[in-house]
Design a protein around this ligand. Structure first.
Ligand SMILES: C[S@@+](CC[C@H](N)C(=O)[O-])C[C@H]1O[C@@H](n2cnc3c(N)ncnc32)[C@H](O)[C@@H]1O
Length: 230
């Protein structure tokens, strides 16, 4: 299986805090009861059959925040399988609420680093990878911590099927420029934009995330990138 070892500068623990405000009783019950039932196994290879019992198109979301995009997509495509990773406990609770309220049997969660699950998936197994508003790490000296770096991208490329899609959204101008520069260096991804409109306008089937809504309220521009795995 491919790992992110090709770029030794990749920082594996890209995220910061794991929990924020204290969970209410109902939320704690979801973590105790529903989370174990929908969790990606902690060790060993992960594939369709182990997760869903059958072979199906797989989608993978890195840092799903509160899970609204993950839940929207899973609801839209009930025959597809969705894996969401998020180290932040309150975000995981948000996703659990969506899974319960929308009755989504096709979602699996990992509370932790997405790269840990990604490297355990079979190569060429994913139809979509989503990275929406990744932590920007705005200081130049922290640039190596950005998810858009060749180490994580090598892993994403290995796990996407040929023709599979990598979707990246950001409202951070530095991250936007950085991503365009890094993605432009890659021969294994084709940018699916023919004109500026394609990355300035929200594509269909790409719902607004909580973080994006917050950015819009602050008056930020949002950029939507779609890349096809060559
Ligand atoms: C700025 S928030 C955006 C959340 C969500 N995608 C949205 O658009 O509302 C970035 C998220 O990425 C998560 N994150 C950072 N590093 C991660 C990693 N290595 N694996 C999974 N999630 C990660 C953070 O915990 C955080 O919730």
């Amino acid at each position: 299986m491919t790992t992110a070892k090709s770029d030794p500068t990749t920082i594996r623990r890209l995220y910061g805090r794991r929990s924020g405000h204290k969970l209410r009783q109902g939320q704690a019950a979801l973590v105790e009861e529903l989370l174990p039932a929908v969790s990606v196994p902690e060790e060993g290879p992960v594939d369709w059959t182990r997760l869903f019992g059958d072979e199906r198109p797989l989608h993978f979301e890195i840092g799903f925040g509160s899970g609204e995009h993950l839940a929207y997509r899973a609801d839209l495509l009930p025959d597809h399988g969705f894996i969401g990773c998020e180290p932040f406990l309150n975000g995981v609770v948000g996703a659990l609420v969506h899974i319960r309220d929308k009755h989504l049997p096709n979602v699996r969660l990992h509370m932790g680093d997405a790269l840990n699950v990604l490297e355990r998936l079979p190569d060429a197994s994913l139809r979509f990878v989503y990275l929406l508003h990744p932590d920007p790490w705005p200081k130049a000296r922290h640039a190596k911590r950005r998810m858009v770096n060749h180490g994580p991208l090598d892993l994403i490329a290995a796990k996407l099927q040929p023709g599979g899609e990598f979707r990246l959204g950001t409202d951070d101008p530095t991250y936007c420029r950085w991503s365009m520069m890094i993605m432009n260096q890659r021969r294994d991804f084709e940018w699916l934009a023919e004109s500026a409109k394609d990355f300035l306008t929200r594509p269909g089937g790409w719902p607004e995330t909580r973080y994006e809504a917050k950015a819009r309220r602050k008056g930020h521009e949002v950029w939507y990138f779609r890349y096809r795995r060559a």
